[in-house]
Ligand binder design. Sequence first.
Ligand code: AP5
Length: 221
Amino acid sequence: MAKNFYIMFGPPGSGKGTQAEVLGKRLNLPAISTGVLLRKEIENKTELGKKVESIMAGGNLVSDEIVAEMIDNRLKEKDAAAGAILDGYPRTLNQQDFLLNIFKGMPEAKIIPLLVDVSDDEVVKRLSGRRACACGATYHMLYKPPKNDEICDICGKKLVIRPDDQPEVIKERLKVYHKNVDPVIDYWEKSGKLIIINGEPPIKEVTEEIEKKLKELGAGV
Ligand code: AP5
């Protein structure tokens, strides 16, 4: 059986997490976000959570080793047996090598890299209006508001502003993104496999473009 692994690239706030969730539901595959997994560790006050909290709040990357173990374990879970949507991994060339090595052991794996392309200016607008829930759900006060003010539609918890969504940290995250992820994206662009999606239109239109491009490629939708 073919296993499709969709890798969502895009700057912080581009909407890759939002689209990963939609695509995951559509394809019945888990959307795996290293950011969400790390925030759960922080929420649960684990040793790992304590170690990464200040790194994430400052907008920096946690070590390749930490995320490698996390992604390796997550991909071994039953729900990822038929593939997955990866959101936020890989983010360095080292992480990319690690992932490609995992896929080497899965001859039936097909990798589908997608870039949700959004300008840095739009990123700032999106992240300043974002509200997040500990359960992983994400909202935007203008573009995707919760039904009840600042309360999660899914689990009813109070929504929060992520510590890394402060203006100074957003600037740092963009810098970190361009330095570390641009080379990974270059690799996929040169391979001729990268699907580039204009991430600037409203959420629904971006979803439609993703579905259209995947359909053209016969890649699962
Ligand atoms: P992570 O949680 O992955 O953060 P990120 O990559 O910076 O991405 P975001 O979650 O901020 O944005 P998104 O693109 O998913 O956008 P969203 O859909 O939410 O990582 C956080 C931290 O964890 C990292 O900084 C690092 O420290 C660490 N980390 C994670 N992975 C790591 C790794 N592999 N290696 C090392 N460290 C790692 O949308 C944003 C907002 O816009 C929302 O409010 C949404 O509702 C809205 N929106 C979405 N689409 C649209 C649209 N089309 N129009 C209008 N609004 C929209």
